[in-house]
Write a protein that binds this ligand. Sequence first.
Ligand code: FPP
Length: 238
Amino acid sequence: MQKINHNNLPQHVAITMDGNGRWAKEKGMLRNFGHRNGVSAVKESVEIAAEIGIKYLTLYAFSTENWNRPKKEISALMNLLVSAIKKEVSTLMNNNIRLTTIGDLTELPHIAQKNLNEAKERTKNNTGMNLILALSYSGRWEILNAIKKIIKNKINIEELNDLLFQQYLETKNVPDPELLIRTSGEKRISNFLLWQIAYSELYFTDKLWPDFTKNDFKKAIIDYQRRERRFGLTTNQI
Ligand code: FPP
């Protein structure tokens, strides 16, 4: 495999972790078995991203739309989240990783909120990678929320521009992702970081999330590094 060029790393990588259900079904197992194995893939990606030197890693762990799933699946996902946070907070500390979240945490069960807030508090002074979990998150919710706050703050229309708008998003002070990865062969955005991915490179892989390895993560970075990012300019202008 080609080597990663450390002078051309994306600062921010976002991942839509898709395919847990199908992975379990392929094995004749229940969907939750897929989610459980999805947690191991989360660990792998967090480890390799930190190792490579990615500054921000955002994982789409639970969308606003996921609340429409069967109650049993939702509660299994929430339990997994709580146990993973409890178990891994020391790993985050050992690796100098700071945990934050985007999304409407108030919708989450109390115990999940409590554990997340504790983990965020404990890791808040870490200076290595920023791990951002998107939970009860959707891009449209975030944009609407930003607009509501802007109206409430009586922001002058003349003052409003890209930079100011960004300050009202959940990802305030986080650079836009240069690379968005989606697993499982689906080629959709599914309401993820709608504002922030305006110029992101999109990378789709057929691998189902529980099968997504450190090597697959590296492959995505190498693929990104082969691309020419023009931001609306011509090749000669870059
Ligand atoms: C998508 O697969 C996956 C999810 C909706 C949840 C992702 C959650 C985890 C990997 C576990 C908990 C997370 C953390 C951060 C510890 P799917 O269910 O949509 O699969 P399908 O499309 O094959 O049905």
